[in-house]
Ligand binder design. Structure first.
Ligand SMILES: [Zn+2]
Length: 633
């Protein structure tokens, strides 16, 4: 691929700001989500989730670790080694939220947290509340599990978000001192080592993008080159757990701990883009593409091994053992977005949409105060109702909970939802590209500096009609490009009522637009059967039903209908009425003393039509069983 230098330089309000790439990302000030599916979730996030997160940090003493460190109190440090990162991720989420909706209360919270964090920084720049003080372990004595550089990375990202949303330099100063310390300690003449949990890599590149300090980029590149030499200690999960089994440039696929592998991939893309290393960029793109083709659930979820929260072998994607951590979904969005900006390949926006509607929307509770850590695709016994004030110790599954002992996913949701509008559209030369469909206003400039503004209106994903009204079109022809999802065969587009040709992965409309022009995209939303690759043994002989971007599921409240006895008739297309339904039968199988025989058991069959619901709605109306993959009759 060819990465060309960009001309426009509109900084600010964006999580990722590459200095080169096919697409220019738009900031919070250029795209606003104004209504519908995602606006509602952004509001819940802003009004409830961020406060809920803060309440738990205070209650568990994770914020208190910073003040105790600063000598303002004395007590045992609380939480796991990575608990500092939850404070930093909250700061990042609050920063995007503050950039989205100006709010003096949020600003005050950010100032308070910034002062608290700054107060805990050591004179040499080091900042972590679990190491290096009296009675604590030494700095960097446990790089495999200590998460020191991981936490530093989240601090850097928080500072970048604060700087890009008009929050001044106070946190950025703290971040610079942390980054300088990391460069001294781990530079070419320093410790020849990497952190067990990647995260510092993309963070250092983004800090470089904000500050222009080249040594941060060099340090990130050094960490990327050092990965894969088995410098971390041996472990029962193997070096692949840390992506430390193979040099980045030699690997063919993402492997090991899913979030670690994906955060590293994001950092590798950032390094490749900033250093002009197109070969490295293609290498990581191929790794991600192969991961999508062989190691990803229908929902876009990644990671099928509970034991080590990891990718398994190719096509090992059991529905009832899906791990599919929320953070892995968000990390996959980070990777897909970076690849799309660098290459312009629209199919990565399909990936982002799939994860948004089927992992992100599924994860967060209606009230924004509970969430899924893992995402099974098949719940055999009814979920439980959890108390709203009790931390869950097991984080490998279960229903939405208010908090987990390891609670990484909630602030990840918070920072993504607060910055979500920046994933809606981008600019490529004189083309405005629309990647995601939502009620939104886009007001930006093209590559040549001309201002354009459009309003998008839609009830998507309930309805496939997307209308765009041109509000501002400053003279001369330009192009509006609308993504055509891979599932949208038969889509149509009109401009002021005139039908336009539709082909490929996006519609290109080039003309001298005028204010008042109306573009209407019609996406077919008929429910459809989806079949798995036969190499995915775990769901062979099953179908799923999708509708637009939504994966649907059968849900049985209280487990009343035995979903595991369901057989679906695939000769009858799914019906689309008040609810999508599939026809088939239940088979009441006899209990046998041994579940293997020369012929399978036969039971009484009762025909029925089963209503399906969007997967993101499951487990919201009470304890239930659920399955996405439905055995065929
Ligand atoms: Zn997580």
């Amino acid at each position: 691929m060819t990465v060309t230098a960009r001309t426009a330089d509109l900084t600010g309000g964006r999580p990722v700001v590459p200095s080169r790439g096919v697409l220019r990302p738009l900031g919070l000030g250029e795209v606003r989500i104004t209504g519908g599916f995602w606006a509602q979730r952004q509001q819940v996030n802003g009004r409830h989730t961020l406060d809920h997160h803060r309440e738990w940090l205070d209650k568990l003493g994770w914020t208190g670790n910073f003040t105790a460190e600063a000598g303002q109190g004395s007590r045992e440090r609380r939480g796991r080694e990575f608990s500092d990162s939850e404070v930093y991720k909250l700061v990042e989420a609050l920063s995007w939220e503050s950039g989205r909706v100006a709010d003096p209360v949020r600003e005050a919270q950010l100032d308070e947290l910034t002062a608290m964090i700054a107060g805990a920084q050591a004179p040499d720049g080091y900042l972590h509340t679990a190491f290096g003080r009296a009675g604590q372990r030494s700095r960097y004595e446990d790089l495999a599990w200590g998460h020191e550089l991981y936490c530093a990375g989240h601090l850097l990202q928080a500072a970048v978000a604060r700087a890009r949303t008009g929050g001044g330099e106070a946190l950025l100063d703290v971040a610079r001192r942390v980054a300088d310390h990391v460069c001294e300690e781990f530079g070419p003449d320093g410790r020849d080592a990497v952190c067990g949990h990647p995260e510092i890599e993309p963070a250092l590149v983004e800090l470089y993008r904000v500050t222009g300090e080249r040594r941060y980029l060099d340090q990130a590149a050094l960490f990327v080159d050092r990965r894969g030499r088995r410098s971390l200690p041996p472990h029962e999960f193997g070096w692949s757990y840390f992506s430390d089994d193979q040099p980045v440039r030699e690997a063919k696929v993402l492997r090991g701990h899913a979030v670690r592998a994906l955060y590293l991939a994001a950092g590798v893309i950032d390094v490749a883009v900033e250093t002009g290393d197109d070969e490295l960029l293609e290498t990581v793109a191929a790794q991600f593409d192969r991961t999508l083709a062989r190691r990803t659930y229908l929902t876009g979820g990644m990671g099928s091994r509970h034991l080590d929260e990891a990718f398994s072998d190719d096509f090992v994607l059991p529905a009832d053992r899906a791990y599919s951590e929320t953070c892995a979904g968000i990390a996959a969005i980070m990777v897909a977005w970076r690849l799309m900006l660098a290459t312009g390949r629209e199919r990565y926006a399909d990936v982002i949409e799939r994860i948004l509607f089927n992992v992100v929307a599924t994860a967060i509770g209606d009230d924004g105060r509970s969430f899924f850590y893992a995402h099974t695709l098949h719940q055999r016994t009814p979920t439980r109702i959890l108390p709203t004030d009790v931390e869950q110790l097991g984080f490998g599954g279960g229903p939405r909970a208010p908090w987990f002992e390891v609670s990484c996913c909630l602030a990840n949701l918070g920072r993504l939802l607060a910055s979500l509008s920046t994933y809606v559209a981008s600019v490529e030369g004189d083309t405005l590209r629309v990647h995601q469909f939502a009620d939104a206003e886009i007001d930006t400039v093209l590559g040549d500096g001309r201002r354009v503004a459009v309003r998008m209106g839609t009830e998507y994903p309930d309805n496939g009609t997307v209308r765009l009204d041109v509000l501002v079109a400053s003279g001369g022809p330009w192009t509006l490009a609308l993504r055509l999802p891979a599932w949208a065969a038969g889509a149509s587009v009109t401009v002021n009522g005139q039908a336009q040709p539709v082909a490929g992965d996006r519609v290109l409309l080039t003309r001298e637009f005028a204010a008042g022009d109306v573009i209407v995209l019609e996406l077919p939303m008929r429910p459809r059967f989806t079949r798995p690759d036969p190499r995915i043994d775990a769901v062979r002989g099953c179908v799923a039903v999708e509708q637009g971007p939504l994966v649907l599921c059968a849900e049985s409240l209280g487990g009343e209908l035995d979903l595991d006895s369901l057989r679906v008739d695939v000769d009858t297309a799914p019906a689309d009425g008040d609810a999508v339904t599939v026809r088939g039968h239940t088979e009441d199988l006899p209990d046998e003393p041994w579940p293997y025989a020369d012929a399978g058991p036969v039971g009484r069959r009762d025909p029925l039509a089963v209503p399906l619901v969007p997967y993101h709605r499951w487990a919201r109306s009470g304890p239930s069983t659920m399955r996405i993959w439905l055995p065929t009759a």
